[in-house]
Design a protein around this ligand. Sequence first.
Ligand code: ATP
Length: 249
Amino acid sequence: MAEPVLSIRDLRKSFGALKATDGVSLDLRPGEIHALIGPNGAGKTTLIHQIAGGITPDSGEVVFLGEDIGALGVAARARRGLGRSFQISSLAPEFSALRNVMLAVQSRQGSSFRFFRPVMKDRSLTEPAMAMLERTGLAARANVPAAELSHGERRQLEIAIALALGPRAFLLDEPMAGMGPEGSRALTAFLDGLRHEAPILLVEHDMDAVFALADRISVLVYGRVIATGTVDEVRGDAEVRRAYLGERP
Ligand SMILES: Nc1ncnc2c1ncn2[C@@H]1O[C@H](COP(=O)(O)OP(=O)(O)OP(=O)(O)O)[C@@H](O)[C@H]1O
């Protein structure tokens, strides 16, 4: 089997007496969507932040592309190709959608000797940025300030920005949140194709999306992975049904 792109080994994080991450190990393999599901407060977001670098674990390892990245900060992990799109947006609201993506393209290219050229006329920035907006279905809204985009459009923009950074893996925390049924369907189709570009660790409450997309699912309950498997394996797992799926209407 191909080497995992991302490996988490025995990660632990407590907040006081609460074990938010209680010995979590999981892998993200090339080409896969690995969904992380679990009830509210199970520790999904805390885990994602430890992988991205925003929260320091008490112990355990995060290995990305064969390198232990535990000592690196958020920006250094992003530069290594850990792409993120979070519930909390990092867009520049007054800038157009295009300009927001251009900033990402620029940070990837490095910005030497750029200041002599008017940025919006710099085709080495506008063309790749436009291509990303086209891929995420936002090209027609390129000149609209991020602040005026709808919630769903901002999600598309965040993904365009993540793509512009040339990710080797994606961490997506509830990308479907706040999307209408139409938006969820469109985003599901988009993520379906994206896995071949970079594998995705997907935290998501929308079970239709999870069951449609996931190659594997890990179920987190009280900071522990109680099951990992294919959709069918996880749906048929008695402990999962009891702890999580069974309690849903
Ligand atoms: N900074 C913090 N200080 C103290 N407790 C925290 C902190 N961050 C998270 N927690 C607690 O850790 C547990 C896990 O929270 P987390 O947000 O990771 O869960 P989650 O699975 O992402 O939940 P949800 O599905 O509701 O987003 C919760 O009990 C939460 O209250």
